[in-house]
Ligand binder design. Structure first.
Ligand SMILES: Nc1ncnc2c1ncn2[C@@H]1O[C@H](COP(=O)(O)OP(=O)(O)OP(=O)(O)O)[C@@H](O)[C@H]1O
Ligand SMILES: [Mg+2]
Length: 271
C-alpha cells in the first residue's frame, strides 16, 4: 500500500501556505513508503564515551505493513524505534515519513508529527501509577488540547476497542499485567495514529496474555489499516507479523516476509 505524501505545512498551526515541494511530489510519483530510513546512524555520548548504537540503517516500511523487529540485546532496536517515534533524532542519515524529511522539521513540527500520526507503546508499560485507566488514555488528547467531553468519549472508545470497557476507573495497580498493557495500547491508539510503534509489548506477559496482545495488534493492523512495528525477542510473537527485520550490531542483518497470514486467533481460549 502506498502512503499519501505529507507536506511540511500540514504540521504547522497555520493553514498550508504552499503545496508539496518538488521532493514531495517526486516521492508521490515513485510510490512512497510511509517510513523510509537511509544511512541512519546514532551515536550516544561524546569523545571517549561515544557509542555508535546505529551504524547505517536503511529501511522502508509500506503503509499497512506489520513488522516484527528482532535482534540481540543492545543491537539498536529501541534506538531505531525511538527515532521512528520522533522521541530522539538521528546523528546522521535520512528519515522520511510519508515523503517528508523528518530531520528537517523543527522541534515543534516533529512533536506535532508524533502527536498526529504516531502511537508509541514503550518497553515496560509506562503508565501513570495513581491515575485511572481512563485518565492515562486521555493524556495524549490533553496534550492536543482536546475538549473534556471529547477526551472522555475517545478514551472510553479506545479502552473498549482493547477489551477494557468497564475498567475505566481502575488504576494500574488494580489491573493485571495484560490489562495494563492494553491500557498502554489504548493510550497509543486514542489519537488514531497511522503507525503504531510497540517496543516489546509482550515483554512482561505470560504466553496466554502475550497471544491476546498479538491478536489485538493483528486486528488493529487488519481492520483499521494501522501500520505496526513491534520489537520482540520471541519468535512465537514475531510469527504474527507479515515481515521480520533482524538487527545485529546497529545494522539490519536480515529482512524477510513471512508466508503465512498472521495467526489471528492463535491460542484463544479453548486450547
Ligand atoms: N541513552 C543512551 N546513552 C548511551 N548509550 C545508550 C543509550 N541508549 C542506548 N544506548 C546503547 O546503545 C545500544 C543499543 O541500545 P538499544 O536500547 O537500542 O538496544 P536494544 O536492541 O533495544 O536492546 P534490548 O533488547 O536489550 O532492549 C546499547 O549498547 C545501549 O547500551
Ligand atoms: Mg530495547
Amino acid at each position: 500500500m502506498t502512503a499519501t505524501v505529507l507536506s511540511r505545512s500540514a504540521l504547522d498551526g497555520a493553514p498550508p501556505a504552499r503545496g508539496m515541494d518538488d521532493a514531495d511530489a517526486a516521492a508521490v510519483a515513485q510510490g512512497t513508503p510511509i517510513i523510509r530510513l537511509r544511512g541512519v546512524t546514532k551515536v550516544y555520548g561524546q569523545g571517549q564515551a561515544a557509542f555508535q548504537a546505529l551504524k547505517g540503517v536503511d529501511l522502508d516500511i509500506d503503509s499497512g505493513d506489520f513488522v516484527a523487529v528482532m535482534g540481540p540485546s543492545g543491537s539498536g532496536k529501541s534506538t531505531v524505534m525511538n527515532l521512528l517515534g520522533c522521541l530522539d533524532t538521528p546523528t546522521s542519515g535520512e528519515y522520511r515519513f510519508r515523503g517528508l524529511h523528518v530531520e528537517r522539521l523543527s522541534r515543534d513540527q516533529r512533536a506535532r508529527l508524533r502527536r498526529q500520526y504516531l502511537g508509541f507503546v514503550f518497553q515496560g508499560f509506562n503508565l501513570l501509577a495513581r491515575t485511572s485507566a481512563q485518565e492515562n488514555v486521555e493524556l495524549p488528547l490533553l496534550y492536543r488540547g482536546q475538549r473534556t467531553a471529547e477526551r472522555h468519549r475517545a478514551a472510553r472508545e479506545a479502552l473498549a476497542s482493547v477489551g477494557l470497557a468497564g475498567w475505566e476507573h481502575h488504576t494500574p495497580a488494580e489491573l493485571s499485567g495484560g490489562q495494563q498493557q492494553r491500557v498502554a495500547i489504548a493510550r497509543a491508539l486514542v489519537t488514531s495514529p497511522a503507525v503504531l510503534l510497540a517496543d516489546e509489548p509482550t515483554g512482561n506477559l505470560d504466553t496466554q496474555r502475550s497471544r491476546e496482545i498479538m491478536d489485538l495488534l493483528c486486528t488493529l493492523n487488519r481492520e483499521r489499516g494501522i501500520t505496526v512495528l513491534m520489537v520482540t525477542h520471541e519468535s512465537d510473537m514475531a510469527a504474527y507479523a507479515k515481515r521480520v527485520v533482524h538487527f545485529v550490531d546497529g545494522r539490519v542483518d536480515s529482512d524477510w516476509r513471512q508466508n503465512s497470514a498472521p495467526r489471528i486467533d492463535a491460542g484463544r481460549g479453548d486450547t
